[in-house]
Ligand binder design. Structure first.
Ligand SMILES: C[S@@+](CC[C@H](N)C(=O)[O-])C[C@H]1O[C@@H](n2cnc3c(N)ncnc32)[C@H](O)[C@@H]1O
Length: 426
């Protein structure tokens, strides 16, 4: 998940001006639920920057347990250098990774790149296939001692002083007999140990440093969105590059696994999950879910070829269900926010009295009739009217779905039953 970072920067379309403790409470409530939702072998990745990294680490230690901390990845978010920066040109962010039960988590290995594979060759036509070689000595004290050995080909080997042989004397002889030592083209060089591609792990262990050449940077992320919505100027400000999400999903998931992102934004996680054939649930509070996030996913289904599409051989297909919470008080909040004069506000006030759920501590009819309220600035009146509403009733509760006043259609009821109960009554 990629929550608001609490940067104090208001240029985003959403409100990330939480103060520090409000932000921590906001995160705590959500992380506790996230933990509940995880499978025992499930993992969570949370992106942040230096505004909250240290505090988020402590909060996550508390919720997930210190023993379940797996790693703090560092993402190189931009290249170049910002020379007018006051102190340093900050070019990284963090991704904290926890397991629900760390010991159950087995990160997938990273497939070897072409460059890595090109190190494996077969100059002696070994029937075991391509190999690369490593030195026979190591600095590690736990290696197998320092001895001198003369092989049948006349070459004598002894680990250089201050180092130890990787193999015991017996294993060194065995390796020679099995043609696992390489004495160079001449057959007389200091021997090295052959490592066959066919005998090693299927991939390599992931690094915690995520470099922009491999996983993209913020500029790349913005380009990806721009390519998708070339006709729009009001684009999403803080997308992540698809390759970054590809890396995270490669590490932690397999086909058909379930991915949850409840700070969906422009939908990068969801788009990549879809292309990588993972199932997913995405949640977003802002209206751009309709114009950007949903549209992006429709493009993915149609087989768009941006982002990681080529890397994961994406050619389209699949489906998604898009739902909105049914508005109740949220509708009035919108009306109040969008009202532009006193007259409009008065009309909304009449509607509130009749239809809205008012906070039980407020006697709206009396409180708002007094002269003090009438004397307030327009902006203040808006603020107070919003405060009168019971925010627990922003949306229609599932339990009230059958209430005929809400006019919920049968199809929607059925969908809700499937969602909440796993089946509908029919
Ligand atoms: C940093 S952005 C996520 C960007 C995303 N990773 C992407 O690539 O586009 C954070 C998102 O979380 C959303 N958000 C913040 N609070 C939320 C909440 N309570 N419920 C749902 N979404 C929320 C914001 O509206 C914003 O779109």
């Amino acid at each position: 998940m990629d929550p608001p970072y609490n940067t104090g920067n208001d240029s985003f379309n959403y409100n990330d001006r939480f103060n520090h403790s409000t932000w921590l409470t906001f995160m705590k409530n959500r992380l506790e639920i996230a933990r509940e939702l995880l499978r025992d072998d499930g993992v969570i990745f949370v992106q942040c920057d230096d505004n909250e990294q240290a505090y988020l680490k402590v909060l996550m230690d508390e919720i997930f347990g210190r023993e379940n901390f797996v790693a703090c990845f560092v993402w190189e978010k931009k290249g170049g250098r910002q020379n007018d920066a006051k102190f340093y040109s900050v070019n990284h962010e963090y991704i904290l990774n926890y397991g629900k039960v760390k010991e159950y988590f087995k990160p997938n290995l990273m497939a070897r790149t072409e460059e890595m594979l090109s190190m494996y060759k077969n100059p002696d036509n070994d029937p075991r296939g391509v190999w690369t070689s490593i030195t026979l000595h190591a600095k590690d004290e736990s290696s197998q001692g320092n001895y001198s050995i003369t092989f049948d080909n006349g070459v004598t080997y002894q680990a250089p002083s201050g180092t130890h042989a990787r193999l015991s004397y017996e294993n060194m002889q065995k390796a020679y007999k099995e043609n696992r030592l390489w004495f160079g083209e001449s057959g007389k060089n200091t021997p090295r140990l052959k490592k066959f591609l066919s005998e090693i792990k299927d991939g390599v262990t992931h690094n915690t440093l995520l470099v922009q050449q491999e996983v993209g940077n913020t500029q790349k992320a913005k380009q990806e969105i721009k390519t998708l919505f070339s006709d729009r100027n009001d684009l999403f400000a803080t997308p992540k590059p698809e390759a970054l999400l590809q890396r995270i999903l490669e590490i932690s998931t397999n086909e058909n696994d379930l991915v949850l992102d409840f700070f969906a934004g422009s939908g990068t996680t969801l788009a990549v999950a879809h292309k990588m054939k993972r199932r997913y649930i995405g949640i977003e509070q802002m209206d751009y879910i309709e114009s950007i996030t949903k549209e992006r996913l429709k493009n993915v289904i149609d087989g768009e070829q941006g982002g990681v599409s080529k890397a994961v051989s994406w050619s389209g297909g699949g489906s998604l269900i898009y739902c909105e919470l049914a508005n109740l008080n949220a509708k009035f909040i919108d009306m109040i926010e969008n009202s532009s004069d006193e007259n409009e506000l008065n009309q909304i006030y009449e509607k509130l009295i009749k239809f809205a759920f008012i906070d039980y501590r407020v006697d709206i009819q009396n409180d708002l009739k007094d002269l003090e309220f009438a004397a307030l600035e327009f902006i203040e009146k808006k603020r107070i009217l919003k405060k009168c509403l019971d925010r627990n009733m922003d949306y229609i509760p599932y339990a009230d779905m059958e209430d005929s006043d809400y006019k919920i259609d049968e199809r929607t009821k059925k969908l809700n039953d499937i969602f909440y109960k796993g089946s509908s009554d029919e």
